[in-house]
Design a protein around this ligand. Sequence first.
Ligand code: HEM
Length: 401
Amino acid sequence: GTGPGESLPPLDLPAARTAGCPFDPAPGVERALREEPVTRATLWDGSSCWLVTRHQDVREVLGDPRFSADATRPGFPFLSAGGRELIATKPTLLRMDDPEHARLRRMLTADFMVKKMEAMRPEVQRLTDELLDRMTEGRTSADLVAEFALPLPSLVICLLLGVPYEDHEFFQERSSILLSLRSTREEVRAAQDELLEYLVRLAESKRQRPDDAIISRLISRGELNSSEVATMGRLLLIAGHETTANMTALSTLALLRNPDQLARLRDDPSLIKGAVEELLRYLTIVHNGLPRIATKDVRVGGVTIRAGEGVVCTLNTANRDEDTFPGAGGLDVGRDARRHVAFGFGVHQCLGQPLARVELQIALETLLRRLPGLRLDIPFEDVPFRHDMGIYGVHALPVAW
Ligand code: HEM
């Protein structure tokens, strides 16, 4: 077609980062941002949707109740087969609209509020130091993902939820199947069933022997059955460790590749809070965008999106929009990046962001302070980036010090 938003050929989603810098959005979505910020796209299953790429337009869509996050609506745009399976069978608050969404989210707001998470600092610092003690004892190299970036948020979310950390291999394996863009429906269904069975059993045992962690407190409210508690627990368990883990490793790599920025941060640790916001903006690990569906005809960026049409909002292009972030393609730890949308925008904006901030600030500040000679231990070209996963990052990060 040649109507508004239809002059570029439809872009295939998820867009591939083939050549170019692995920290930058895929070339296809960057081109859309420059040339046709609201454009047509084709999903992996052959269905069509709109792609919304600019900062202002992304905030408009995510803040507008005429766009629904309810994944049970016909025509909802799924970014992978696994994603469709995961959501279609057991929807969580992430893919519901108000008032159900608000009702479920309210049960968790007190647990993740800023004050409560700030009070976790001493505990997060202790776990961080313990992991670094263990990683560095008698050694000069390690995989930063396996020994630091993944265990830290995993230990913290287990503590908050009341899930035994001894079981981490079991739930980390299941969660990586659920987040892989390559998993088949069958694989996703099996992983999902096993994870939910595990969490239902855990919920039942908390009914017998309550503690004061989140899963127990959800049960004692008396509003949810064990299966609903398990579904909520699954969302928090997966969101709570995969995201921060990948941000920690990818941020470390980005700083090692930008030695001037790394030096600024080492010289002035008071920059850490702003640096974490800038890294969230620059890296935008929720890299395939957020799916929504229009429930009314809505004009966005000069294009009319019709009721029933799917929309994908690419957060990584929004965070590289020059109109909002001049010099957006560069990492600048002194920048005021607070308007970034790495945590989304609107009613679904990340519930765990106060926790993610505390973890990232402590993990990065401590890592840089304790390991002044930190360096990459393999050629940059050999770093295994997570092109195959819904959450971007690296599968492993061999470092030396
Ligand atoms: C929602 C990103 C860490 C729990 C979201 C959304 C994004 C996001 C983009 C919005 C999804 C949408 O609107 O469709 C991130 C990033 C993180 C992070 C980049 C780390 C750097 C966490 C942590 C938790 C968490 C540590 C803790 C348990 C949640 C939950 C939602 C959510 C429960 C759903 C909120 C709702 O639908 O109302 N996150 N997240 N996230 N996040 Fe995070």
